[in-house]
Design a protein around this ligand. Structure first.
Ligand SMILES: Cc1cc2nc3c(=O)[nH]c(=O)nc-3n(C[C@H](O)[C@H](O)[C@H](O)COP(=O)(O)O)c2cc1C
Length: 205
């Protein structure tokens, strides 16, 4: 079936809709709950939903900071960050960590979360989260438009050098994605999703 009526727009001229559909279309997205530390040692924790995995070997994750935010400055200073999984139980705490507060405010304390020491890096993880990664930065790329104009967005990529998984999420050694109840970000000011039905499909041979 082909759709003969579509809403067409060129983003540079506006979308013409009540809400920008872009991040509702590219969604729901996993959340990069990123902890970092500034040069003076102050902890920072913030959610980034322009986040994903980009490579297997070595594993690389990345997130985009729209504006050069504290998290990016910290990672530039120390070369390290940790990622923690946002579960349904942690959704409200995650939301509190996005508050626009001055760099000297520790969002772990703000959201009542416990920093868990990492093994290979100096940045702690969220103790309440069942899965976390320790990461070392690989690249910080300033994004640009198709016309080559630099935009104020910073794609920060890091190698996952250590992984922590709660044993409860390993069933016969297989990671149980659904049991973790990951929180996913939709569009608009407040839309989140939980996982729906799983289906399986193997690649053609
Ligand atoms: C679910 C969620 C996802 C977010 N995703 C992003 C994102 O992808 N990029 C971004 O720049 N800000 C994003 N934000 C906003 C940042 O979390 C917020 O600006 C935060 O204060 C940045 O913290 P920092 O300055 O300590 O790094 C998101 C907020 C929420 C609640």
């Amino acid at each position: 079936m082909a759709y003969d009526v579509t809403h067409f727009y060129e983003p540079r001229h506006g979308h013409g809709l009540p809400h920008d559909p872009f991040n509702a279309i590219v969604g729901p997205r996993p959340i990069g709950w990123i902890s970092s530390r500034d040069a003076a040692g102050v902890l920072n924790l913030a959610p980034y939903s322009f986040f994903n995995a980009f490579n297997y070997t070595p594993p690389i994750v990345g997130f985009a900071s729209i504006g050069h935010k504290d998290t990016v400055s910290n990672i530039e200073a120390t070369g390290e960050f940790a990622w923690s999984l946002v579960t349904r139980e942690l959704a409200e705490a995650m939301n509190q960590t996005c508050a626009a507060v001055p760099p000297e405010v520790d969002e772990f304390a703000l959201a009542g979360l416990t920093p868990a020491p990492s093994r290979l890096i100096g940045v702690p993880r969220v103790a309440e989260s069942p899965v976390s990664f320790e990461c070392r930065v690989t690249q910080i790329l300033r994004l640009q438009s198709a016309a080559g104009v630099e935009v104020d967005t910073w794609l920060t990529l890091g190698e996952v050098v250590a992984v922590h998984i709660a044993n409860a999420l390993l069933k016969d050694g297989i990671y149980d994605t659904a049991a973790a109840r990951p929180v996913l970000r939709g569009g608009g000011p407040a839309d989140y999703f939980e996982l729906g039905e799983r289906f399986r499909m193997f690649r053609p041979r």
